[in-house]
Ligand binder design. Sequence first.
Ligand code: AMP
Ligand code: MG
Length: 336
Amino acid sequence: MVYKYFSITFLSLIFLLGCTQPRYSRTEFVLGTNCTITIFEDRKESVLVEQALINAFDRLREIDNLMSVNLPASDISRINASAGIEPVRVNKDVFNLITNSFICYFYSSGAFNPAIGPIVSLWDIDGSNPRVPLQQEIDAALPLTKFNDIEFDYDTYSIFLKKQGMSLDLGAIAKGYAADETAVILLNAGIKRAIIDLGGNVIVLGQNPRKKPWRVGIQDPNGQPGDYIRIINVTVDQYYTSIVTSGGYQRYFEQDGIRYHHIFSPADGYPVNNELLSVTIISPNSMYADAYSTAVFVLGYEKGLEMVNNMPLTEAVFVFKDGSVRTTNRVELITP
Ligand code: AMP
Ligand code: MG
């Protein structure tokens, strides 16, 4: 049995052709990925900008420490370790994110399910031993992924996973939440133009330095990182816009010539297998863009499109296995 493990973290990239305004850029490895914040400001604002960058990365590390499943002391790890035993009092931000994830669960008819932890652990796609689980292991794990078995106590900010073996996984929403938090820090610092790229979870803030729409490349799922299948124009109506892509090409392993990726159907516990290669969501809120790009990928084109069309200010780009690309009505594609 041969395992091949690939990891591609580039999801999309911003083009800034001919931009002359000074940039301040910093990249750090946080939230399990390379995070880059680029700020476009005049030189005289440099102290303010440097401080905003420091504050933004401090916040990203704080969120990582609270939400990472890889850190035993994080709030999420503590909730998971106490599954079936007792409720765990958590930080207010963590509580809010988990309650928000309920909204995403509800609107996606359960396609986005943060209680999917036991299935994610079984497949171990991101771990050192990815494998195809036995059917009986999947059958045993699925009853432990019921969102209704999560108890919220709004008075004490406590979370209780009612059954032993349950676990939360916020991997499909946390980077979006972190991107929103970063954007708020930059806006509060008076920053007018910036790009936040948390491993492909992107926010464009304010107006492009060229005073034109931002140009965002959608990764070609069959290409090399940085090969774009389409480029879209993104205008920012208010404050910022987020662009987030989910796709089976991003993290996977191969066994006996079959590719197994990291986005699971909560219905059967297997990697989603439908007509799509990737889904990009464009939204004024990165947390929702993150959760819904995962959810729409799970739902497939028809149900996913219906969901996006019912959401205000939300657009989508769908890349299909046959190489075709479809978008919702207001997405502006750039012809190369
Ligand atoms: P994303 O890259 O944002 O699409 O999120 C994928 C990650 O979210 C995976 O690596 C898992 O940790 C987790 N995940 C997988 N399937 C689901 C699902 N159906 N609902 C919620 N989270 C999921
Ligand atoms: Mg996501």
